[in-house]
Ligand binder design. Structure first.
Ligand code: SF4
Length: 473
């Protein structure tokens, strides 16, 4: 995870992480540890809602998990069932009102909802709901789901949730909790990851498996596209709420978002990134003296590139870990004077050397230009840039914060033009086929298994809100 403030938002950001647990006396504490492991997926707000079967306990706030929770407020979260959330906002504002899990009181009781992802028909649904009298308190997509549930005439929460989910289009890993039921669901394309584990008698859910390792839970399986799991007085049952579509899990989870110690879709993230580096080396070999990765997300791919080529891997770039959200940003003038807070080039490693610099993506191009300049200023004689994702030419509508197409450098320029703009000696992006091969799906499933829309423009769902904006719906 890099800090966007230092690099003018020149990167992609994950929207959220969700965590849930049912059947454990320490539900709140374990959810806290789980959210801490998912912190890289969102740093703007965090929240936990628990139930003791009678009523909810709620703690939400803006900031990091360690800022929102303390010994005192965790103790006040009662009960053996809980859901938690870390948020990075792509839609809606950043304020406390939008911090999840969202909690509602409706005719049938209390309702808490936490989601990871983004609906592509939220605007349309919201407009329809408002026209028929719904009053919204937040600007999040999640509240749309709550209104659909609250207005349902279905006899129980499970049927109401099914009815609501069938109206949604987009990406969502979702948890819905009442005082007697927990519902966990995944969108029909399985765009966002969601896995299940066991911890003794307790069942645990998380956006990433790294949270299971932290709390000592044992991975059971991933939630299937279009699957809904229900826990209530009758125990656990699984059902599908929508016809299963072809899975299209976000390929950027493996490239950049997920933690290297997570397995996404059964494939370890670090191992997949190393293979991306190896494949980049096959696709675009180069004569050089050292390989370095942009820390931390590109380290694995850089190691893979080094292993495949025999060029030594070195720490040519060092990250300062203590640049946080509250860090005082340098003025433009200070930036131009070369005040480097976040990354530094290691002169002793790169001076007089031909350097291969591996990074995970190029969004606007400004970060890559700064890093190439930094390496040259530290004495690198050549800088060869290798990117472990294909060119990002299209915006994401599924919960990843991408700039508009006009600001995506790969949508506007050829690879050669980008090379010139960032000042590299050579520049190569991994091919789509190479990236999918690295993630490790069987050849027959490769395109179907992953979303690759930001590279190819082939979106797995209809983009209803876009059609609304264009006046076509
Ligand atoms: S468009 Fe790109 S970033 Fe968005 S879900 Fe698809 S692969 Fe992931």
């Amino acid at each position: 995870m890099r800090d966007e403030s230092i690099f003018d938002l020149d990167e992609l950001n994950e929207e959220c992480g969700v965590f849930g647990i049912i059947g454990h006396a320490d539900a709140a504490q374990l959810t806290y540890y789980g959210l801490h492991a998912l912190q890289h997926r969102g740093q703007e707000s965090a929240g936990i809602v628990t139930t003791d079967g009678q009523k909810f306990s709620v703690q939400r706030g803006t900031g990091l998990v360690t800022e929102v929770f303390n010994n005192n407020n965790i103790k006040q979260l009662l009960g053996s069932t809980g859901i938690g959330h870390v948020r990075y906002s792509t839609t809606g504002g950043t304020g406390l009102a939008n911090a999840q899990p969202l909690v509602f009181k409706y005719a049938k009781g209390e309702l808490a909802i936490a989601t990871n992802g983004n609906l592509v028909n939220a605007k349309k649904l919201r407009r329809e709901l408002e026209e028929s009298g719904s009053i919204f308190q937040t600007t999040t997509d999640t509240e749309v789901i709550a209104h659909l549930i609250a207005r349902s005439s279905a006899p129980n929460i499970v049927e109401a949730a099914k009815e609501a989910l069938n109206q949604l289009v987009g990406a969502y890993a979702l948890m819905i909790m009442t005082n007697d039921t927990l519902i966990v669901a995944e969108d029909p394309h399985g765009l966002r990851p969601l896995s299940m584990a066991k911890m003794g008698e307790a069942t645990v859910f998380s956006s990433e498996t790294c949270a299971f390792d932290v709390i000592g839970a044992e991975f059971v399986r991933d939630i299937e596209p279009g699957e809904m799991l229900v826990f209530d007085a009758e125990g656990m049952r699984t059902t599908t709420f929508a016809p299963k579509a072809e899975r299209a899990i976000c390929s950027f989870e493996h490239v950049y978002f997920a933690r290297p110690d997570s397995n996404v879709g059964g494939v370890n993230v670090h191992a997949a990134r190393k293979r991306m580096g190896r494949i980049l080396a096959e696709e675009a070999p180069v004569e050089a003296d050292v390989v370095t990765g942009v820390p931390d997300s590109s380290t694995s791919a850089a190691i893979g590139f080094a292993e495949a080529t025999g060029i030594p891997y070195e720490l040519g770039l060092i990250k300062n870990r203590y640049v946080g959200r509250t860090f005082i940003q340098p003025s433009q003038e200070l930036r131009e004077q070369g005040v480097k807070m976040k990354l530094s080039a290691v002169r002793g490693v790169v001076a007089g050397k031909r350097v291969v610099m591996v990074d995970d993506s190029i969004v606007r191009g400004t970060t890559s230009r700064r890093i190439v300049t930094m390496l040259r200023e530290a004495g690198a004689t050549e800088v060869h840039v290798r990117i472990s994702s294909p060119p990002v030419k299209n915006p994401c509508f599924y919960g990843i914060d991408t700039p508009d197409r006009e600001q995506l450098i790969a949508a506007q320029k050829t690879v050669e033009e980008i090379r010139q703009e960032i000042g590299a000696d050579t520049l190569t992006f991994i091919s789509v086929e190479g990236m999918l091969r690295a993630i490790g799906r069987p050849a027959s499933e490769r395109k179907r298994g992953h979303c690759i829309a930001c590279f190819t423009g082939e979106y797995p769902t209809v983009l209803e809100d876009e059609l609304v904006l264009e006046g076509k719906r």
